[in-house]
Design a protein around this ligand. Sequence first.
Ligand code: SIN
Length: 487
Amino acid sequence: MTQPPTSQRHALAEPARTQAFIGGAWRATASTFEVRDPWDRSLVARVADVGEAEAREAADHAVTAFATWSRTSAWEKSAILRRWFDAILAHEGELAELMAREMGKPVTEARGEVKYAAGFVEYYAEEAKRIHGETIPSQFAHKRLHTNLKPVGPVYAITPWNFPAAMVTRKVAPALAAGCTVILKPAEATPLNALRLVDLWQQAGGPPGTFQVLPCLDPVPVSRVLINDARIRKLTFTGSTEVGMRLYGQAATTMKRLSLELGGHAPFIVCADADIDAAVAQVAASKFRNAGQTCVCANRIYVHSDVHDAFVARFLLAVEGLRVGDPLDPATQIGPLVNGDALDKVVSHVDDARAGGAKVLVGGATSGGSFYAPTVLTGVRGGMKILEEETFGPVAPILTFTDEAEVLRAANNVPVGLAAYVWTRDLGRAYRMSEALDYGIVGINDGVPATPQAPFGGVKNSGLGREGGHWGLHEFLDVQYVSTVIG
Ligand code: SIN
C-alpha cells in the first residue's frame, strides 16, 4: 500500500458547505477548525466553529419553527422528506467522496452508507402519514377516551464520526416526521456530510429553523447551552458509553426525553453445526466493515472447538485477501483509522493481547499513517483489554468453546448489550440462544442486521431507546390522553 502524492488530493473539489446553518441561513463564524483527511492528513476544509451565542440563537429559531412545523400537515412533511430522500440519492457520489475524505471510509462502502442514510429518510417520509392515536373503551357510557400523539418539541442531536450520514438521518428524519425541529451537532471529525445534508434539506423545501447544524471543535459550550435550555425537550446521542452517561446526568435537570445509542462489545458465536463458509464471509463483513469502527461489529469471535481449525484456516484466507488502501479507490476495502488516537487504542489492545500470550496469525502492525493491518488473534483469554473494551479497529480475536451454556455465559458477561451474532443450522438452538442473549440486536446467520425499518439499540450500558422503524419515530412523540364526558 502506497500513498499518492498530496497534490492528487488538492485536485479534488472543495466541499460545497463549510459554514454553520442557523435559522435557515449559512453563517460564518469568527473562528474555524480544520477537517483533515486520515489518508494523508491533508486539509479537506476549514469549518465554522460555533460557540454559546450561536447555540442560543439556534435554540430560539428551533422554538419558533416548532410552532409552525408541529402543525404542518403530515402530507406536507412527508412530501418534503421524500424530496430530501431524492436529493440525497442524487448526490450519492459527492457525499460518499466527502465521507472518504473526512473519515477514511472506503468510497464504495461510503456509497452504501449514503443509500442506508437515504433509506431512513424514505422510511420516515412514509411513516409521517401514519402517526395516530388510539381510542380506549370506557367502562362508563358517558365517557369517551382517546390518545393523541404529539411531537416532543425541539430536539438536540449529537452524532458520531463513524457514520457521518446515516447517524444524521437516523435521528433527524424521524424527528422531522414527528413534527419536531432539530439542532444537530455533528462530530468534529466529520461535519461535512452533515452540512451538505442540511443544505439538501433546505433545497428540498425544509423551512428555516426546522433543521440546523452547529459544527464546533469543542462540543462542551454548545451542549451546555442546549442541554440547560428547558425549551429543548429531547436529547438524542450516539457515541461512547462514558459520554452518554455524562449526558444522561446533565439532561436530568431539564427532564429531557433521552435516546442514547452507546458502545457495544459484540460476541459472534459460531456453533459446530454452522455453515462455515457463510460464517467466515459474514464475520469478515461484520468485523472489517468501516475498518472495525462500528458499534455493532464482532468484537469477540467464539468458535466451537470442533470447527475451530477449519474456521480459522478459511478466515485467514478471507482476511489476507482484504484490500487495504486509498479510501478514494473504489477497490479499497479497508481504509485508515479515523485518527492517531484510534490507532493508539488498537495498537495497545493488540500489544496487550500479545503480551498475555495471544498469537497474531496475520496483521498485528501499523502499515503507515493511521492504517492498521487487518489482524487475526488466537489464544485470547479473559482479562485482556481486547475482551473488556471496544477496540474499534480491524482486529478479530478468536476464542473457542465446547458448550452452549458456557458460551452464552461468556457472551453475556459484559456490562454492554448492543449486538450479538449466532451461526447455527439448528432452528431450536437459534431460538434458544437468541432468547438467552442479553442484547438489543441478535443476528442469526446474519452479520449485518441493521436496516431502516428495524429497531436498533441496546440494553445495559449500551443505552436507552431505539432508532429505526416505528420505535425510532415514537422516541420523538409524547402520548396525550384525553378523557371526554359527553353528558
Ligand atoms: C453504529 O455502529 O453505530 C451503526 C451501525 C449500523 O447502523 O449498522
